[in-house]
Write a protein that binds this ligand. Structure first.
Ligand code: EPU
Length: 429
């Protein structure tokens, strides 16, 4: 069994370099399917979700040249199938971007219904609505999604009933090579949506308005890459280290980040009493006292990101006073609060609201990662708790955080990654 062991408490100190954004990379990798020829990508995070995406692309016929841990050249010229393996695509959520990308090139596409973190109901009705508006036929049957078209997709007006990152990205992917103009309204404005549009535009796409409510796309015939593309830094990884710095009363410079993307987090940390210094591509977070209480409500960007909610909850768990978190995106995102309670946190979570009464200290306990961000929250809790905290189910964490153990170690944490199966293998060797 894999686990992370943290011996706390500690005060984080030093510098950490943020990796490329997972949620941008999982959109850009399938987008490479739209390109004629090779595509050179830099700052790609080396995490299990991305390795899974490489495997899917290779299973479809792509040739990938792994230049380094974070740099690849992908050649999709030999991709001649749009039937993706159930086993590979059912593992994670972002496999649904294959639908939009492959529909740009192929008449018939098949993937499994997407998996991913268990955060409550995760419908894809808005993705389907977008594909249908562009002229595709979509059927969901036996755990698979079948999408087909008889002609090239045709531009249209698409109004998304809910602000959805995934549906916005899938609509962009499908409309890029469609015939004519597409207008997508009520779009998600997350940095990864903008990064995907920048990536596609850098190769000849005509996408305007990404980062606003309305995106206008004029379909083009082909896309070709002229120079390599570097993926933006990960907003949530940066935010996770910012909260970890504040929770441990540390002093950390977070490098290779985009401070503008971090404003909702910065503003809450200032309310909590942290001192923040912003550079062009760095943020220094310093905290000297126990955090003051604050409240958050998760919202689509530029609101407070739901993917930072569990980490912030750890900060509130030790605050001076009572904080409130209202989760407005995912209905089951408070499952992790039971794990924090094992460590002494005083949290009452009902429906979409959690009330957190700050305690003086957290104590060690064996805890489980319910999902990717909850797992990161458990690691932060381990950093501030007295004693040895064992974090299980860390496969979730490894999906989205590159070298998390090494990065915390470099900041002075007493933290270790244990793989019992590998140890057993060594003993048997
Ligand atoms: N929704 C619908 N219908 C749809 C699509 C979404 O009702 O067709 C609803 C969802 O149920 C949810 C809301 O719309 O209540 C927002 O969902 P969205 O589609 O924006 O989420 P997503 O695209 O599935 C991405 C991130 C998540 C992040 C959310 C919200 C990726 C691969 N995933 O998910 O990231 O929580 O946006 O910001 O980009 C993570 O990285 O840990 C993670 C879970």
């Amino acid at each position: 069994m894999k686990k992370i062991i943290v011996n706390g408490p500690c005060k984080l100190k030093g510098e950490v370099i943020i990796s490329g954004a997972k949620n941008a990379a999982v959109a850009i990798l399938p987008a490479t399917l739209l390109i004629n020829g090779k595509c050179h990508l830099e700052n790609v995070p080396n995490i299990s979700d991305i390795r899974a995406y490489y495997e899917i692309l290779e299973s479809l016929g792509a040739k990938i040249d792994y230049i380094s841990d974070n740099e690849v050249i992908i050649d999709n010229s030999n991709v001649n199938s749009a039937i993706a393996s159930y086993e590979l695509t059912s593992k994670f959520r972002a496999s649904y971007y294959l639908l939009g990308a492959l529909l740009g090139k192929f008449d018939k596409v098949q993937i499994s219904l997407p998996g991913g973190c268990n955060l409550g109901a995760r419908p894809i009705d808005q993705h389907i609505k977008a594909f249908e508006k562009l002229g595709a036929t979509v059927e969901v049957k036996n755990g698979n999604v079948y999408a087909s078209r008889t002609n090239r997709l045709k531009g249209n007006n698409i109004f998304l009933d809910v602000v959805s990152v995934g549906a916005t990205i899938n609509a962009i992917l499908a409309a890029t090579l469609a015939d004519g103009n597409t207008i997508i309204e009520n779009c998600a404005k997350e940095p990864h949506v903008v990064d995907l549009a920048n990536f596609l535009n850098s190769m000849g796409a005509n996408i305007k308005g990404a980062g606003t409510d309305t995106i206008k796309i004029t379909g083009v015939d082909t896309l070709t890459q002229k120079s390599s593309y570097s993926i933006i830094p990960d907003q949530i990884e940066a935010g996770t280290f910012m909260v970890a710095a504040a929770a441990t009363c540390g002093d950390v410079v977070i490098k290779n980040c985009i401070p503008k993307h971090l404003e909702p987090i910065t503003s809450k940390l200032i309310e909590a009493g942290a001192s923040i210094e912003e550079g062009n591509s760095s943020i220094r977070v310093k905290m000297s006292d126990r955090p003051k209480a604050f409240s958050i409500k998760t919202m689509p960007y530029p609101g407070f990101p739901t993917d930072m909610q569990p980490q912030m909850c750890v900060l509130l768990a030790i605050c001076n006073g009572t904080g409130i978190i209202v989760e407005s995106i995912w209905e089951s995102r408070f499952q992790y609060t039971d794990e924090l309670a094992k460590m002494g946190a005083d949290i009452s979570a009902h429906g979409s609201t959690a009330i957190i009464k700050g305690v003086d200290k957290l104590y060690n306990a064996p805890v489980y990662s319910h999902d990717l961000r909850a797992g990161a929250a458990m690691v932060i809790a381990g950093l501030i708790a007295e004693g040895k905290t064992e974090v299980y189910n860390i496969e979730h964490i490894l999906r989205g955080y590159e070298n998390i153990v090494e990065k915390f170690k470099k900041l002075g944490a007493n933290i270790e990654y244990i793989d019992d199966e590998a140890l057993q293998g060594d003993k048997n060797a």
